[in-house]
Design a protein. Structure first.
Lengths: 210, 76
């Protein structure tokens, strides 16, 4: 079945008050919803309330769901709207966009590049060190995963939201723009800065790990 | 294109958002600069690590709460 067909079947089952359909969609989305809600509210309990309210909104709204977006996009939009009304964290977009680690929005230390008077201005002074292979199941892979999680959690909020939705949860760029009310350009800036910071953290770690 | 410019274009490149001319200069630089090829590869590895992060499993008590909200609506 095509994805759209699967979704139509699911919506039809939800409308028929099929509890197993509800359990399926709850199991598939709730952990990601809790993680997303946690980026807006201060406690796990508050996130659980936001997520529960979202599910109640879905139940109440399913008969009127028009399928103009996917169910997942709809769910996360509602989730973000509810979370924002409860949110205690500052979500100043301009501040987060400006949150590049170096001047002029640079994501790599400008000192790593040759100056304007050099024979090759803007070229690497020294190439980034090659990373050792980290095959799945290796100790290094596990350590890099733990570090990735830690550094993702340290990103400025909007960067963390975009990177989480795009890379961890597999949303496409259009879905992320819809869910977070971002322009495509801003979405890309946030994704770029977020990914670059996580890369830089992995680089620092790998540089001191033989 | 120099390396300093290249590293700030990697996301637009991966997103397919570069205009044709910038894309051409990006590819040209990529073919000639092993440092930037490694940088791009490291961004790809980073994305791959992010994609592998898994969610915690759902707390059964909380799950029951959600399912009972469904039943309350279905059987008022």
């Amino acid at each position: 079945m095509e994805e759209a067909e699967i979704e139509q079947t699911l919506v039809a089952r939800l409308r028929a008050r099929d509890e197993s359909a509800f359990a399926e969609i709850v199991d598939a989305n709730t952990p990601a919803m809790l993680r997303t809600a946690r980026m807006y509210v201060a406690s796990r309990e508050a996130a659980e309330e936001v997520v529960q309210e979202t599910w109640i909104a879905l139940i109440r709204g399913i008969d009127g769901f028009e399928g103009r977006s996917t169910l997942r996009t709809w769910l996360f939009r509602v989730l973000v709207n509810i979370a924002k009304t409860r949110g205690v964290r500052d979500h100043n977009l301009r501040e987060d966009l400006a949150a590049a680690p170096y001047p002029d929005g640079a994501t790599v230390d400008p000192d790593r590049f040759r100056g304007p008077d050099d024979q090759w201005p803007g070229g690497w002074r020294a190439h980034p060190a090659v990373w050792p292979p980290s095959p799945e199941g290796s100790t290094l892979a596990a350590e890099m995963m733990a570090l990735t999680r830690r550094d993702l959690d340290k990103l400025p909020n909007r960067q963390r939201l975009v990177v989480t939705l795009r890379d961890v949860l597999g949303f496409d760029s259009e879905e992320v723009c819809q869910v977070l009310s971002l322009t495509m350009a801003n979405q890309r800036v946030l994704l770029h800065r977020g990914r670059a910071r996580v890369r830089a953290a992995l680089e620092t770690y790998l540089a001191v790990t033989p | 294109m120099n390396c300093k410019t290249f590293v700030e274009l990697v996301t637009e490149y991966l997103e397919g958002a570069l205009d044709k001319e910038t894309r051409r200069r990006f590819d040209e630089h990529l073919a000639l600069c092993p440092g930037c090829a490694d940088y791009l590869d490291q961004i790809r590895v980073t994305v791959h690590k992010l994609e592998q992060l898994t969610e915690e499993s759902l707390d059964p008590t909380y799950r029951d709460r959600l399912l009972s909200a469904f039943r309350d609506w279905r059987d008022p």
